[in-house]
Ligand binder design. Structure first.
Ligand SMILES: [Zn+2]
Ligand SMILES: [Zn+2]
Length: 641
């Protein structure tokens, strides 16, 4: 008789089974609905196919499409189906890798002819055929030698290369569905029939291993869902996202540009983008001051020795710009991060526990080398400004400081109109530096702070950096997409490396806790997020142009100019449109420019010292004295709080 095993479910219930029971059987005994939705299961944190037997007691959980992990398995499984279809339709095509990504999946193929739109349609039709037929994903484990032999025979050179990196003597898992066998860790969905809707979205070039020196492959992107309506919603969202794309709006609204002569990934902020940035910065500075931060300014470059001490010249060199050699004093590097400079200010004098906490903040420009293939508008750049701060505090102050920074960060994000957040805590990975006691204290402090606020959060066990646990906050934009914004990162590494200390109550030297944090992330990325969230329709306090004065004819230009100057003197971001165009044309132009207010002035307005006010969102508001308009616009321009 088989042994009895006990499985603990996420709700705390414990169920007994015979050892060797499959995940599918367990799901079925829990409920028919769960069984139907089951994508894979997890036992003690290990994800497996539903068909695989469970030998030992443990924590059991079924993954469905509602979980991030379930989604990824679902999407990745679809990539197998796509690869199978491609191989059947285009014999000789070699397959590289096919992972799930944030939204959907891709597979990289090596084929001479480029995939055309017609090819994509043919692949979709073939995939539909395969899915209708049904496909189970059969797992088998073989030795590396066997796998290499198999893939060599099939001419799958990329798979051979991948297996070749695994130490000989180890086993690898292969999954076969239909005519296609792939090297894969798994798990996969129980049957391809679960895929009720899918779409191939685009083809792009991608280097093997992301390396420019390697061969250029063709990457087909796709997405899939367990329900047809979910695909429709997704495609609708994509449509909206295209209309909001910050690169498109950035050009249309003249906000920024990136110029190849200056360099890829280096951003030029045009006046209309720069003024928005300035408003964001002013707001940021004021709020940081109120929160007890002290602004600092530090240089953009530092000596090699500094980056050796910080450790960047070991593990981070490939992300740094190359060094600048001087005749004397050795090499200098453009900074990829601001931390060592803030630490140097802290270390410039002896600190006592009475001085702590110390909170230095800086809108610090950094430069990092990113492969040209991954650069993307303002989202992946090579030069950016981080809204950075470093907090030094005693271990006793930590809970309070974490709670403060967490509340502050939510507060700042809410000021920009975001109300939905994704909050993630990443804990200690296997390999890490720092004493157990510190990790324990910091992690407990973070949990305490998160629990106090009461917002739901997800824990990524072991997902922290090697030098400390962290909190990530993502905001949900107007069309439901998540954007990474705030990061609160503990650091047990740099304080050691730079010998950061303070004198404690007993007069002994002690190590303070150090926290790096950025609330908006980088100004570039956050600006892209704002542009796309508002679809270019900035709220009044952020609008690059808040009002435009339009004289009805040349005769009233002088009056229009005086209205313009008065508004400008009151810090209203105003423009004068006296172009020799029709009124209708100029009004339309202000509309497409998404300017919140138009002040239209003619004879009647000039006589009474007024303007006809027209709002972008509410239409005509009638004539109003200029003073009243200034008052109204000024009140509406106030940043939140
Ligand atoms: Zn797979
Ligand atoms: Zn830092």
């Amino acid at each position: 008789m088989a042994d009895e095993i006990k499985l603990r479910l996420p709700n705390g219930d414990v169920l007994s089974f015979e050892s060797g029971v499959s995940g599918a059987e367990v799901a079925q005994s829990i409920g028919a609905g769960l069984f139907k939705a089951a994508i894979a299961y997890e036992i003690d944190g290990v994800k497996r196919d539903m068909a695989m037997p469970i030998a030992k007691s443990g924590d059991f959980r079924v993954l469905t499409f509602d979980d991030g992990e379930g989604k990824h398995i679902f999407w990745h499984s679809t990539s197998h189906i796509m690869a199978e279809a491609v191989r059947e339709l285009f014999p000789g095509t070699k397959v590289a890798i096919g992972p799930a990504i944030e939204q959907g999946f891709y597979y990289d193929f090596d084929r001479k002819e480029p995939f055309s739109q017609e090819d994509l349609e043919a692949i979709e039709a073939k995939m539909r055929e395969i899915i209708d037929h049904g496909r189970a994903f059969q797992r088998c484990e073989v030795s590396c030698e066997e796998a290499i032999e198999r893939f060599e025979k099939e001419g799958e050179i990329y798979k051979v290369e991948l297996v070749g990196e695994i130490p000989l003597g180890e086993t690898v898992s292969l999954y076969t569905s239909g005519s296609f066998t792939d090297l894969c860790r798994g798990p996969h969905i129980p049957d391809a029939k679960m895929i009720k809707a899918f779409k191939l979205l685009s083809v792009a070039g991608a280097y093997w291993r992301g390396d420019e020196k390697e061969k250029m492959l063709q990457r087909i992107y796709g997405i899939s869902f367990p329900k047809k309506s979910m695909l429709d919603e997704y495609l609708e969202m994509l449509e909206q996202a295209r209309a909001r794309d910050h690169r498109k709006l950035g050009k249309e609204l003249d906000l920024f540009s990136i110029n190849e002569d200056i360099g890829p990934g280096l951003v030029l902020w045009h006046p209309k983008g720069a003024i928005v940035r300035q408003v964001v910065e002013d707001f940021w500075r004021r709020r940081h001051w109120e929160e007890g931060y002290e602004p600092v300014y530090t240089p953009l470059v530092g000596r090699a020795k500094l980056w050796e001490t910080s450790g960047h010249l070991g593990f981070y060199t490939e992300n740094m710009y190359p060094s600048m050699e001087f005749e004397e004093g050795g090499a200098y590097y453009v900074r990829p991060m601001n931390c060592p400079f803030h630490i140097a200010i802290y270390n410039s004098q002896l600190r006592s526990y009475r001085d702590l906490p110390i909170r230095y903040c800086e809108l610090g420009a950094d430069y990092r080398y990113e492969r040209s293939g991954v650069l993307h508008g303002l989202l992946r750049v090579r030069g950016f400004t981080m809204d950075d701060a470093h907090i030094f505090c005693t271990p006793d102050q930590m809970v309070e400081e974490i709670l403060r920074v967490y509340n502050f960060s939510l507060d700042i994000l809410q000021s920009f109109g975001f109300t939905e957040f994704g909050i993630y805590l990443s804990t200690r990975p296997e390999k890490s530096v720092g004493a157990d006691e510190w990790w324990e204290k910091a992690t407990v402090a973070i949990r305490e702070a998160l629990d106090k606020k009461g917002l739901p959060y997800k824990i990524d066990e072991g997902g922290g950096a090697f030098y400390g646990p962290k909190i990530d906050i993502k905001v949900k934009d107007a069309i439901g997409r998540e954007w990474q914004t705030s990061t609160v990162q503990f650091d047990f590494n740099e304080p050691e490396r730079f010998d950061v200390t303070y004198i404690d109550e007993k007069g002994a030297k002690a190590r303070p806790f150090m926290v790096h944090r950025a609330l908006l992330g980088s100004l570039e990325r956050f600006f892209a997020c704002l542009v796309e969230n508002y679809g270019g329709n900035f709220p009044m306090w952020l609008a690059p142009v808040q009002a435009v004065v339009i004289p009805v004819s040349e005769k009233f230009e002088e009056y229009a100019r005086s209205v313009y100057s008065e508004l400008r003197k009151k810090y209203i971001r105003v423009e004068l449109d006296n172009r020799p165009e029709t009124m209708g044309y100029r009004i339309r132009s202000a509309e497409t420019g998404k300017v919140p207010y138009m002040l239209i002035v003619g004879g009647r307005e000039e006589e009474s010292g007024s303007a006809s006010l027209r709002s972008h969102s509410d239409g005509d508001l009638g004539a109003m004295p200029i003073e009243q308009i200034i008052e109204k616009l000024t009140a509406e321009s106030k940043p939140p709080k």
